[in-house]
Design a protein around this ligand. Structure first.
Ligand SMILES: Nc1nc2c(c(=O)[nH]1)N[C@H]1C(S)=C(S)[C@@H](COP(=O)(O)O)O[C@H]1N2
Ligand SMILES: [Mo]
Length: 449
């Protein structure tokens, strides 16, 4: 058997969806009045806002002129379906799904991930059924009546909390992104990936999480003076564990119980998970069963053999908790081709583990010139935000890039700068700028600049 089996990447979506231009009656006449703000057809970020549809020349976004009276569609001829207990998306949207990935089937059972279909989503919140997944040993089938969270070790009063106890605590709610440290690792590969945007960058999602601030529970157990770290362990077969410094646990850590208003999905850690805002996804231990307060970290597998960064000078970083500032254009993107030249709304997601994103710049000419994209308000700390900018694609080759800067002043590095920092096989924490090559046919694929 091959000692180092190659991951079996998911087969590409065979049907390639297309992004349609916002084609318009009188559109070409109108374009002359829109201000170009950078090369390659980037227009002022406000061109789409309010005034855009009323610019001189009569730009309208209807796809055809209305001709004749409206016909009653067949689905309006008789009453439709009755309410159901739990709603589902329209059958017409059945193709919008996560892309599952099992790297070593038969060798490492339960080692799996699924990618969130980024280029099919809009806004900032990921629907629960489309949140990315990363499991080291599958999804345990937990009976919430039997699950307990123990907090023990260097504490004055070791306590165990039943799920029903935790549900009675006061809660806080925050919109937060969650990103796997292995997200975008294909950007570190020697050749640009042929995969769609979702497979390259889809290990990031964003939810409104509701839970009990961990500081409340820690106050109840009373950490001793020797308690500087806690070892968080899950109830899955992997017993996945991570060491977390006490400052983070007291600062903004949550015991998350709800996700977008409903109880956590099994895939996201039902009945409860640790959630560490802005930190690498691996530290947000799912199916959390115990926190052992300790004088120092345990240096478990997930913080030595995995998720640690090897630098170019041969040294390794002991921990990289905070996720770097990052952005990805999702519309268009690899796997979401363009159908003909015209005016497009170019849009994507941005985030930073350090706080708020302050600025996203976009280039349509491979980085020769840049323009500021509009950031959709509110831009929240450690949460996905959406950026957008109007773009007039004239049908030639174009190289699209986006570059985010956060409130600490940190800016997303180019791929070259990112690669220089690390040892050759480094794959984790890749926040390098993504380039999408648009071909004259409208096909979009990943490229390196
Ligand atoms: N107990 C446990 N917690 C875990 C994992 C796991 O396999 N077991 N995977 C980790 C990793 S690597 C990531 S990126 C996130 C993924 O969370 P999600 O599956 O809810 O997206 O959970 C983390 N917590
Ligand atoms: Mo991860």
């Amino acid at each position: 058997m091959d000692p180092c089996p190659r991951p079996a990447w998911p087969t590409l979506l065979t049907q390639r969806p297309r992004l349609k231009p916002s084609d318009a009656v009188g559109y070409h006449a109108a374009m002359r009045d829109l201000t170009a703000v950078a090369g390659g057809g980037l227009l002022h970020r406000r061109a789409f806002l309010g005034g855009a549809l009323a610019i001189p020349g009569g730009l309208v976004l209807g796809s055809a002129a209305l001709a004749g009276p409206l016909v009653d569609p067949v689905w309006s001829h008789r009453p439709g379906a009755l309410p159901r207990g739990y709603g589902m998306p329209s059958p017409a949207e059945g193709h919008v799904a996560r892309i599952p990935f099992t790297p070593f089937p038969g060798i490492a059972p339960g080692a799996a991930a699924s990618f969130s279909p980024l280029s099919r989503l809009r806004g900032r919140i990921t629907p629960n059924g489309l949140h990315f997944e990363r499991h080291h040993s599958g999804v345990p089938a937990i009976d919430p009546g039997k699950h307990v969270l123990a907090i023990h070790g260097r504490v004055k009063r070791p306590l165990s909390f039943r799920v029903e106890d935790l549900l009675r605590y006061p809660t806080v709610t925050r919109q937060l992104f969650l990103e796997c440290a292995g997200n975008s690792l294909l950007q570190a590969a020697p050749e640009p990936s042929e995969k769609p945007c979702a497979v390259i960058h889809g290990l990031v999602s964003c939810s409104e999480w509701t839970g009990v601030p961990l500081s409340v529970l820690l106050d109840e157990v009373g950490p001793t003076e020797e308690a500087h770290w806690a070892i968080a362990e899950g109830a899955d077969a992997a017993r996945m564990n991570r060491s977390v410094p006490m400052e983070k646990l007291f600062d903004d850590a949550l015991i998350a119980l709800y996700q977008n208003g409903e109880r956590l999905r099994p895939e996201q850690g039902y009945p409860l998970r640790l959630l560490l805002p802005g930190w690498e996804g691996n530290t947000s231990v799912k199916w959390l069963r115990r926190l052992e307060l300790a004088p120092g970290p345990v240096h478990s597998r997930e913080e030595t053999a995995r998720y640690s960064d090897r630098l170019a000078d041969g040294k390794a970083l002991q921990f990289t908790f905070e996720m770097g500032v990052k952005s990805v254009i999702t519309h268009p993107s690899a796997g979401l081709d363009l159908s003909g030249s015209g005016l497009y709304e170019l849009s994507g997601i941005c985030w930073s583990g350090a706080g708020r994103v302050r600025r996203v710049e976009v280039s349509a000419d491979g980085g020769a010139s840049w323009a500021d994209a509009e950031l959709e308000a509110p831009v929240l700390s450690r949460c996905l935000a959406r950026f957008r900018i109007p773009w007039h694609w004239q049908g030639g080759p174009a190289l699209l890039l986006s570059r985010a800067t956060d409130e600490t002043g940190a800016t997303q590095p180019s791929r070259d700068v990112w690669l220089e920092r690390y040892a050759p096989a480094q794959i984790y924490h890749c926040n390098a700028i993504q380039a999408w090559q648009v071909e004259p046919s409208g096909r979009v694929r990943a490229a390196f600049t």
